[in-house]
Write a protein that binds this ligand. Structure first.
Ligand code: NAI
Ligand code: MG
Length: 483
């Protein structure tokens, strides 16, 4: 039985205490590396969400609402320090829960700590403005918290997404209700325990695990929630936005993508190659900002295929704790989704393929990393989010065609451009339709400091960086007539 930081994991964290879900029901948490059951988690439902929202409202009326910006920053800094102290335990939990190779899980712990450090430092630097107005007036703006913020997060990067959304929301002074994914919620529970130990006032953070259609739907429809932050699928994103419309509350939606890397003939290929492959297979391709499309100008096309195929032939998928480059997918359900895409590519050229490692357990959710070449831009493999270790390569002739293909999906999250031509770098940065553009590099999601979010089906709103503080706050204008 897994006990994150000594916590019995079948509980919810509400009003600063660990409590059993009201209906007393649990769900099994599965280890995707071998199919075994890790532990039971709470199957939170509407009653638990009601209690969590009420606890958040009480926190806003109590200690948390009265905390100064500096005090909020200080408690976030303490949480960050505790995260770092528990790096090994958090990484092990995430590896077992998500199937994430240990090295990648450790990177997520460090990112979570960095988010806490960043938002700790930012908390007392968010301020309003004074505005020149009519004679006899003084006008200024205040940046205030929304109040209760709801956070529904997926299973692919629990720690990073908690860091960027809960971290920023707390820095502004909101009180949070977090619904982690049913596939992976151990580090969300561990995070709540670390926040408690760091002295975060009761109710400032509440965590209710459970199913999307139950706890998730109850949270997004709750009239006591003043802002919703969601990361996950396009389909559920639409439901979240519809619920938010009912309650007239703002939403931030981060819904994944089909992010391209565009390689021109004059690119530094040696520098590009590690990024081309890693951005596609990191976290077994289950990354919102994975680079799943590689566009290559004709002069380098064959060379890129050959080099990427050579890398693919070395890739091995195996148990998360074996720490190979690729782990299992998060679940057998996700494996079935990815395999159905692989089947749709049966008529395409497989340029390179990795293996499932010898001895990887039968019950694990493994798929072979697969690289397709000569993929028509309108093919489902080039249009739809696969969310597995699968990439497609496509040729192009000139800049206009590259832009047309790169922008030719309904998504727009991240894009990158590889070229030594400085003027082209600037043009491409403007022309690519994406929330983040990388020039001669690719960072899946970028750093903690970099505003992040999409356009089109990738969603709207920005998290990460200082920009997130604007989204998690609401502006009030004060106009005083004093003569
Ligand atoms: P999902 O969108 O169903 O799950 C994400 C979160 O939403 C989970 O916490 C889930 O419990 C919750 N949820 C589900 N239904 C809900 C509802 N009716 N109301 C409120 N909350 C609800 O994603 P899923 O099914 O796990 O993955 C399916 C596909 O979605 C993936 O193959 C991938 O393409 C995409 N996805 C994208 C992610 C991203 O980072 N942008 C993350 C996870 C999935
Ligand atoms: Mg789902």
């Amino acid at each position: 039985m897994v006990t994150p930081l000594g916590i019995e994991p079948s509980q919810c964290f509400v009003a600063g205490a660990w409590v059993a879900p009201r209906a007393g029901e649990t769900l099994d948490l599965i280890n995707p590396s071998d199919g075994s059951t890790l532990c039971a988690i709470a199957r939170g439902q509407a009653g638990d969400i009601d209690a969590a929202v009420e606890a958040a409202q009480s926190a806003l009326n109590g200690d948390w609402g009265k905390a100064t910006a500096a005090e909020r920053g200080r408690v976030l800094a303490r949480i960050g320090a505790l995260v770092l102290e528990n790096t090994d335990e958090l990484a092990r939990l995430e590896a077992m829960d998500v199937g994430k190779p240990l090295t990648q899980a450790r990177a997520d712990v460090l990112a979570l700590a960095r988010y806490m450090e960043f938002y700790a430092g930012a908390a007392d630097k968010l301020h309003g403005q004074t505005i020149p107005y009519l004679d006899g007036y003084t006008v200024y703006t205040l940046r205030e918290p929304h109040g209760v913020t709801g956070h529904i997060i997926p299973w692919n990067y629990p720690m990073q997404i908690i860091g960027r959304s809960v971290g920023a929301a707390l820095a502004v002074g909101n009180a949070c209700v977090l619904k982690p994914a049913e596939e992976a919620c151990l580090t969300a529970l561990a995070f709540a325990e670390l926040a408690r130990r760091a002295g975060l006032p009761a109710g400032a953070l509440n965590v209710v695990p459970g199913l999307g259609a139950e706890a998730g739907a109850a949270l997004s429809a709750h009239p006591g929630v003043n802002h919703m932050s969601f990361t996950g699928s396009v389909g559920v994103g639409k439901l979240i936005q519809a619920s938010a419309a009912e309650n007239i509350v703002p939403v931030t939606l981060e819904l994944g993508g089909k992010s391209p890397q565009v390689v021109f003939d004059d690119a530094d290929l040696e520098a590009a190659l590690p990024f081309l492959v890693n951005a596609g297979i990191q976290n077994a391709g289950q990354t919102c900002s994975a680079s799943s499309r590689i566009l290559v100008q004709r002069g380098l096309y064959d060379q890129v295929i050959e080099a990427m195929a050579a890398r693919y032939s070395q890739l091995r998928a195996g148990p998360a704790l074996d720490d190979l480059e690729v782990g299992p997918l998060v679940s057998m359900r996700q494996k079935a989704i990815v395999e159905s895409f692989l089947a749709k590519g049966a008529d395409l050229l497989i340029a390179g393929q990795g293996r499932v490692n010898d001895g990887a357990p039968e019950g694990g959710a493994y798929v072979r990393p697969t690289l397709f070449a000569d993929v028509p831009p309108d093919h489902t493999l080039a249009q739809d989010e696969i969310f597995g270790p699968v990439q497609v390569i496509m040729p192009f002739d000139d800049e206009d065609e590259a832009v047309a293909i790169a922008n030719g999906t309904e998504f727009g999250l991240v894009a990158s451009c590889w070229t030594r031509d400085g003027a082209r770098q600037m043009r491409m940065a403007k022309r690519l339709r994406a929330g983040q553009v990388f020039l001669n590099n690719y960072g899946a999601g970028g750093g903690v400091e970099l505003p992040f979010g999409g356009t089109g089906l990738s969603g709207h709103g920005r998290e990460k960086g200082f920009e997130a503080l604007y989204g998690f706050s609401v502006l009030k204008t004060v106009a005083a007539l004093h003569g």
